[in-house]
Design a protein around this ligand. Structure first.
Ligand code: LLP
Length: 436
């Protein structure tokens, strides 16, 4: 059955590295998925530590400097684990920055981006000794430069630019085109102006250029074009103004397999990017900058799976079967937001039951609350069964909500036959904590 976990994490499998199909059903991290559901309750986000290490290692070997984009999934144990694997961190807000600092990560290993950073956010970041500030616009450059000067710091900074290319992804996660709200366009000359403002400021130390073209990118070519555009700008800055661009950050966005997508292997993509960078720099007559990347999804997405318990099964006209589970849009809004699609399997062993077209729905008061639409699922699934949904490590927990006063699920990390709770599940008391 194609939807079943493959024995090895392959590029085209949505299942975590240690997922196995055994006589006891689905196993992950050497543990039986049904037992995990029993022990921790459902819904449950399960993270495969071996998979996390494997992906972190692949990025670390492929690129000189890697910042994990913590927006994909944040908790202290995870950030420490990835730090231990040599990754730096990328925060997108003051809250994410706090999470990085509270995890005990050295501030110098953290970068901060965002298109509307507040004065307090900039003060906190620069005051803490942030590694890299990724400046989005001229207002911010002036604000940050003044704050840094006041704090007696010279803050290392990148300037975020818009390369003006499409990465061919869902429009809500496309960020490299002229219409983007992030950064300043190269084409209009605004990017160059921002670099000059950074260089001329007392509080900022211009280190290089930054671009991020979108998320769940499945092709190599858009990254190569990004490198071309960044290098042309770096060349112009060098020739016209004598400005040295030491760092070139091509952002994140590296796609993963949810169903049958086949993203390029990170090592191959890195090789292609490196070759293009060398060629571009030779053409521009500039020294080779250090290459930075910021993967989020590609590190944690495939490491996670969600376990749900089935509450009811219904038939609908046209032969569609509806299987309702004890979570949904509150723990995974991606189907609603992006029309995302997932692989689902029952965790128990099946004796060859045929698979029938099934829509797995959540328990929330919205008709669009779907976990997976029209996928083939074992005909004998009944209330009480546990289902596993693959590829939920990224942007599910981090975008979870308390809609319908639903507590957020627990996160358990599994490794070599051990399960560790990284985040406990929310309680109804937690939901009351803001009442005054
Ligand atoms: N760097 C920057 C500047 C970013 O804005 C992002 C993500 C990343 C890196 C990491 O991108 P990744 O490697 O994870 O694709 N909620 C959406 C994804 C939003 C991504 C936002 N920016 C989703 O669930 O698909």
């Amino acid at each position: 059955m194609s939807a079943q976990p493959s024995p090895h994490a392959s590029l085209s499998s949505p299942w975590p590295a240690t997922a196995r199909w055994t006589a006891h059903g689905l196993e992950i991290g050497g543990l039986c998925a049904a037992d995990l559901a029993e022990e921790f309750g459902t819904p449950l986000l399960v993270c495969d530590v071996a998979h996390l290490r494997q992906r972190a290692g692949e990025f670390r070997r492929a690129f000189p400097q890697v910042h994990y984009a913590v927006k994909a999934l944040t908790c202290r144990r995870l950030l420490r684990l990835l730090g231990g694997e040599g990754l730096r961190l990328l925060a997108a807000s003051q809250g994410e920055l706090e999470a990085c600092l509270r995890a005990g990560v050295a501030p110098g290993r953290v970068a901060l981006h965002g298109n509307n950073k507040s004065e307090t956010e900039l003060e906190r970041a620069i005051g803490a000794g942030l590694g890299l500030l990724i400046c989005d616009n001229l207002d911010e450059i002036r604000r940050a430069a003044a704050i840094a000067a006041r704090l007696g710091r010279r803050q290392d900074a990148l300037v975020r630019v818009i390369p003006g290319i499409s990465a061919g992804v869902h429009r809500h996660i496309e960020t490299g085109t002229a219409e983007s709200k992030f950064g300043l366009p190269i084409a209009s000359g605004e990017a160059e102006e921002a670099v000059l403002a950074t260089v001329e400021s007392r509080g900022l130390h211009y280190r290089g250029l930054h671009a991020h073209i979108g998320s769940q990118v499945l092709e190599t070519e858009p990254y190569l074009v990004t490198v071309d555009r960044l290098c042309s700008l770096a060349g112009r800055l060098a020739r016209t103004h004598g400005i040295d661009t030491e760092l070139l950050d091509i952002g994140g966005g590296f796609g993963i397999t949810y169903r049958s997508e086949e993203p390029p292997a990170i090592s191959l993509l890195a090789r292609a990017v490196d070759a293009r960078l060398r060629a571009d720099c030779a053409r521009e007559g500039i020294p080779l900058p250090r290459l930075l990347t910021e993967p989020g999804r590609a590190v944690v997405g495939g490491a996670g799976l969600t376990l749900y318990r089935v509450g009811s099964v219904k038939e609908r006209p046209g032969g569609t079967r509806l299987v309702a589970v004890d979570g949904g849009m509150s723990d995974n809004p991606r189907p609603m937001l992006y029309g995302a699609s997932y692989e689902v399997v029952p965790v128990a062993t099946r004796n060859g039951a045929p698979r029938v077209a099934t829509t797995v729905v959540g328990q929330h008061c919205e008709s669009g609350d779907v976990v997976a639409e029209a996928l083939p699922l074992s005909a004998d699934v009944v209330a009480g069964d546990v289902l596993a949904v693959a590829g939920t490590g990224a942007y599910c927990y981090s975008m979870a909500s308390n809609y319908n006063r639903t507590p957020r699920p627990a996160l358990a990390a599994v490794h070599d036959g051990d399960a560790e709770l990284w985040l406990r599940g929310e309680t109804y008391d937690d939901l009351d904590k803001l009442e005054v």
